[in-house]
Design a protein around this ligand. Structure first.
Ligand code: FAD
Ligand code: NAP
Length: 263
């Protein structure tokens, strides 16, 4: 799309900083457009200027709803048009941010249930970083369970941030318990005692290891589930949840899970 046409629905913001977790994973921050509103769990659409045109992609926001800046968590896709450019960018470079925020994977849509399970592969973790920065979710649920599935241990990111959120919640007297489970699929041996599980999220849910590690059964009565990331994981998970008697969240009310595909 031409820059001129894109300027009707987006504003030109600036890249503020880039934090590199690995050679392929990074978190980056942009200025926040004046008056920009989003609900934790939603995504922004960002545009980069490439060869005089705008290339736009969806990015979940990892920031708190009231943060001064917007943060996102990204993987650099080999040969990917948007992310190859992103990888080469420097603070101060322009990043276009669409004026509207998008997406339905927000915790406020669950009107009942006592546990919130937040399942992610790869960068699908991003929305939960934002959701867990909202005090309301710590009041609303008894248990918050984050499950992050990655290929290699080095891709287990935001570990310290989740610890800090748990500490802060304790200090503020917020009642929910935060459980963080980490699943690694492509390492020959995992060190014992570090809370790591070996295998795909779907396999570990099917065979009961996830619930055992969380110390919580997943049930239609008490559990509400979000799943985000690899579309094949999301599809398989939806089947698994249906087998357990759970249904997708409906606008009219009812349902226990909501999902988001990243490609
Ligand atoms: C609702 C939504 C939210 C998204 N949020 C994020 C986010 O927070 N962080 C993020 O990194 N990406 C996110 N994505 C994906 C992102 O929009 C782009 O697809 C990604 O930046 C690749 O763009 P590209 O032009 O470099 O590569 P493309 O040429 O578009 O390459 C696409 C291919 O790259 C792979 N791929 C794309 N995204 C990912 C990913 N996140 N993890 C692993 N493989 C991937 C897939 O094989 C896909 O077919 C989101 C997508 C959607 C639909
Ligand atoms: N060329 C391709 O076809 C292709 C496909 C996917 C990703 N990629 C690229 O590889 C890079 C790595 O991305 P990534 O590691 O963040 O994403 P990913 O490939 O989605 O892997 C993240 C985690 O999701 C798991 N997973 C994959 N499919 C699943 C399923 N159906 N059910 C349950 N879990 C599943 C993976 O397990 P496993 O280790 O068991 O797969 C891994 O633990 C990206 O740059 C991406 O573009 C390429």
């Amino acid at each position: 799309m031409s820059i001129q046409a894109y300027a009707e629905k987006a504003t030109c913001e600036r890249l503020l900083s880039v934090h590199r977790w690995t050679d392929k994973l990074l978190s980056f921050r942009t200025t926040r457009p004046a008056g920009y509103r989003f609900t934790a769990g939603q995504f922004a659409r960002l545009g980069l200027e490439i060869n005089g045109e705008i290339v736009s992609r969806a990015y979940s926001i990892t920031s708190a709803e009231d943060a001064d800046v917007l943060e996102y968590y990204a993987i650099i896709v080999p040969g990917g048009q948007f992310t190859t450019r992103l990888d080469a960018m420097q603070p101060g470079d322009p990043v276009w941010v669409e004026k509207l925020s998008y997406g339905f994977m927000t915790a406020d849509r669950f009107t009942d249930g006592r546990q919130l399970w937040m399942l992610a592969t790869g960068t699908g973790l991003g929305p939960y970083v934002s959701i867990l920065q909202q005090p309301e979710v710590w009041r609303r649920f008894d248990d918050l369970v984050v499950v992050h599935g990655v290929r290699q241990r080095e891709e287990l990111t935001y570990v310290e941030q989740f610890e800090a959120l748990r500490r802060q919640a304790g200090e503020q007297g917020l009642p929910a318990r935060l459980h963080t489970l980490r699943c690694v699929t492509r390492e020959a041996a995992l060190p014992p005692g570090e809370g790591l599980l070996a295998g795909r999220i779907t396999t570990l849910l099917r065979d009961g290891q996830l619930e055992q590690a969380a110390g919580l059964p997943m049930s239609p009565e008490h559990s509400r589930v979000m799943a985000c990331g690899n579309p094949e994981m999301v599809t398989e998970l939806r089947e698994l949840l249906r087998e357990r008697g759970m249904t997708p969240l409906r606008r009219a009310g009812g349902g226990q899970f909501v999902t988001e595909d990243y490609w």
